[in-house]
Design a binder for this molecule. Structure first.
Ligand SMILES: *[C@@H]1O[C@H](CO)[C@@H](O)[C@H](O)[C@H]1NC(C)=O
Ligand SMILES: *[C@@H]1O[C@H](CO)[C@@H](O)[C@H](O)[C@H]1NC(C)=O
Ligand SMILES: *[C@@H]1O[C@H](CO)[C@@H](O)[C@H](O)[C@H]1NC(C)=O
Ligand SMILES: *[C@@H]1O[C@H](CO)[C@@H](O)[C@H](O)[C@H]1NC(C)=O
Ligand SMILES: *[C@@H]1O[C@H](CO)[C@@H](O)[C@H](O)[C@H]1NC(C)=O
Length: 264
């Protein structure tokens, strides 16, 4: 008879593959590993998230984004117990002209080859920013106002050097569109409905009429020539981009024109 000793999981080790610099869009695998008998099952978590990211030994991030930056940990569990790993910090570095989505968490990291080691300062358009650990600047929730050009200065006792600019383009879903109609709708005249929304990238616009599922027009301006009473009603414009959509309603009233002779 073979007696196999049974053990609760040992402290899980966490590793990142590849081990080098993590730049956006590369494929990254986090591996959790623990000795246990019977074999452990694994669960991955990210800070701030209550729900597990994965219940596999390997957490795969096939196209890593700056918003994947953060602290990860894993647990290894079998019938005899559960162990939690140490924290694993992932920093996704930006490539120049990075496209970032509003509200995501972003860390700017500066590195340089210097001896003795350099210290770093991040600037946005010549204004120094407060620094986090290791010369990084962290946005917990980046906003459209953070859009702009950034660079970092690295400095040691022998000199300083400034990096080239990185343009941070913060993308966001369309804001509530403003809608207007000009001129007011007199029978027989031509009116233009206009829709405008702040969005990055720029929004596309589609016009609908109440209860009619097929779009009336696309584009910011919707012109109705020779307006008639049946054109009156509610119109809505949908502004959309790759990040989301928003709509606004406009009421079009058709009135008898002052120069119109009564129809007979
Ligand atoms: C990363 O992927 C996104 C979406 O596919 C793309 O828009 C962006 O240009 C990519 N960035 C780099 C540096 O390849
Ligand atoms: C670590 O894992 C636990 C779950 O066991 C989770 O509640 C906690 O938020 C995680 N901490 C971090 C920093 O990821
Ligand atoms: C992991 O193993 C424990 C103990 O055997 C079990 O209670 C738990 O449901 C398992 N979890 C997963 C995600 O398989
Ligand atoms: C780097 O930029 C800072 C801030 O604008 C400036 O004070 C400094 O002189 C620059 N250094 C070099 C070497 O260009
Ligand atoms: C960075 O290093 C320079 C040169 O050694 C020093 O003068 C400066 O005070 C340091 N700055 C910070 C923020 O530590």
């Amino acid at each position: 008879m073979i007696i196999v000793p049974q053990d609760a999981p040992k402290l899980p080790s966490v590793t990142v593959s590849p081990s080098g610099e993590i730049v956006e869009n590369i494929s990254v695998i986090l591996i959790c590993s623990s000795d246990a008998n019977p074999a452990a099952n694994y669960t991955w978590y990210k800070e701030g998230g209550q729900t597990p990211l994965s219940t596999t030994k390997q957490l795969s991030l096939p196209s890593i984004r700056p918003s994947d930056s953060g602290v990860y940990n894993c647990t290894a569990e079998n019938e005899l117990g559960i162990r939690k790993s140490k924290h694993l910090r992932i920093n996704v570095k930006l490539s120049p002209s990075a496209e970032i989505v509003e509200d995501s968490s972003v860390t700017l990291t500066c590195s340089s080859d210097a001896n003795p080691a350099a210290n770093y300062t991040w600037y946005k358009e010549n204004k120094a920013l407060p620094l986090g650990p290791e010369g990084s600047h962290h946005f917990t929730s980046i906003s459209s106002e953070d859009r702009g050009n950034y660079f970092c200065k690295s400095e040691n006792q022998y000199g300083q050097i400034n990096s080239s600019y990185v343009f941070i383009n913060v993308q966001y879903a369309p804001k509530l569109p403003s809608v207007s109609v000009t001129p007011s709708g007199e029978i027989g005249s031509s009116v233009t409905l206009t829709c405008s929304s702040d969005a990055n990238p720029a929004a596309n616009y589609i016009w609908y009429k109440e209860d009619d599922e097929s779009p009336k027009a696309s584009g910011q301006n919707f012109t109705i020539t020779d307006i008639q009473p049946e054109h009156s009603g509610s119109y809505y414009c949908v502004a959309q981009n790759s990040r989301g959509h928003q709509n606004s309603i406009l009421q079009l009233d058709v009135v008898a024109g002052q120069f119109d002779a009564p129809h007979s």
